[in-house]
Design a protein around this ligand. Structure first.
Ligand SMILES: [Zn+2]
Length: 375
């Protein structure tokens, strides 16, 4: 399969990765910066301008990474797990496993990124001062990095979702009103207003100034911000509507079972192929011994399928993921997403399986729950 991200490594357990679109923006930035520098400083050779552009662009992306690490490290300290940081065409994004539960956490996590950018801006400005009079590309690059980090900080503080400023705004409204729903609505509205203002700026660039590339670029950013803001609003909406839905409401009863002594061949021929189901509980609902899915069959070579039993390739009950009947829908979604599960049994404390949640079925059921509650 075509991979869209490249994993660079891990910092404090956070996966650091590049999205494929990042390469595009790197090339664009280096190309425009090196021609710009060559024009502005005609006595620099093309090679000097080019090398300066590459080094500066890489330091710029390191600055974006530092900004995201700012959010992430504060999140970790406040008990919010961070999965990954991705650098992509519009900058960076830190993927947290869940939303902060308190307004204070939201506030400090959101403000940490712009704070890092401001510190970097001041640091690069000081270095630019200190190196004035050196080999010219050095102070020029440092000055540019100071300016761009300041712009990153200011742009991110615009009070609309999904920008950091939108999160700060949300945290403040949340703290003042004590109402997370009002807070999210305010931040989504902030995001919409920011996006429409940017559409206006893009239109101005395209029609009045005739700046085609700049105008299209701003329009793309505005569109991206608008989609993200609406998406955040919808996700919150979904969480709220699903608040009362539990695993038992989502489970289809009578999970398919196979006896442990069944041969792999018989199981595939008799159970899997005719019904089109890929996974089965091994044992009975009263006494689940494990779970076997079609992909487990790859653990043994095909010529052994006739003589080996399904319980030899199953995931045994001890290492099986399962949810309790009153687990909340959001939690079920999170567990299945995190462990990349296609199905999960719903088990009572006694160990009896009362049903089973299938990923495709789950998404359809959630859609129906949301539709019913809207009426
Ligand atoms: Zn940020």
């Amino acid at each position: 399969m075509f991979k869209t991200v490249l994993i660079l490594g891990h910092i404090r357990g956070i996966r650091i990765q590049l999205h494929i679109s990042w390469v595009f923006i790197l090339i664009l930035l280096v190309a425009s910066m090196s021609t710009g520098l060559h024009h502005q400083y005609p006595d620099w050779s093309l090679a000097v301008a080019g090398v300066t552009a590459v080094v500066t662009a890489l330091l710029f992306f390191a600055s974006i990474l530092a900004h995201e690490l700012g959010h992430s490290l504060v999140a970790l300290r406040r008990g919010v797990p961070v999965e990954s940081i991705t650098l992509f065409i519009f900058g960076g994004v830190a993927q947290m496993e869940r939303d902060p539960e308190r307004a204070e956490d939201e506030f400090w996590i959101a403000i940490a990124g712009p704070a890092v950018s401001v510190v970097l801006a001041l640091g690069f400005a000081a270095l630019a001062q200190a190196t004035a009079g050196w080999f010219e590309p050095i102070p020029v690059a440092l000055g540019w990095l100071a300016l761009i980090n300041l712009i990153v900080a200011i742009f991110n503080l615009i009070p609309g979702f999904p920008l950091d400023g939108g999160r700060v705004f949300r945290a403040v409204v949340w703290k003042l009103t004590g109402n997370p729903r009002r807070a999210i609505e305010a931040a989504v509205w902030g995001g919409r207003i920011v996006a429409f203002l940017l559409f206006g700026v893009a239109f101005w660039n395209l029609v009045v100034i005739g700046n085609l590339v700049g105008g299209l670029w701003i329009m793309l950013i505005a569109w991206f911000l608008l989609t993200m803001a609406e998406g955040q609003g919808r996700m919150f909406d979904m969480r709220e509507r699903l608040a009362d839905v539990r695993a038992r409401d989502l489970a289809s009863p009578d999970p398919p079972c196979v006896r442990p002594e069944t041969s792999i061949d018989a199981w595939i021929q008799r159970d899997v192929l005719p019904g089109g189901r890929r996974a089965f509980l091994v044992g009975t609902p009263e006494r689940v011994r494990g779970l076997v899915s079609l992909s487990d069959s790859g653990k043994l070579p095909r010529e052994q399928w006739a003589t080996r039993r399904v319980d030899e390739i199953m995931t045994p009950a001890e290492s099986l993921s399962w949810v309790a009947p009153d687990t909340r829908a959001e939690e079920v979604l999170r567990v299945m997403g995190e462990r990349n599960l296609n199905q999960i049994p719903v088990m009572e404390a006694s160990g009896r399986a009362i049903g089973w949640i299938d990923r495709q079925q789950l998404l359809r059921t959630i859609e129906m729950h949301m539709e019913l509650q809207r009426q």
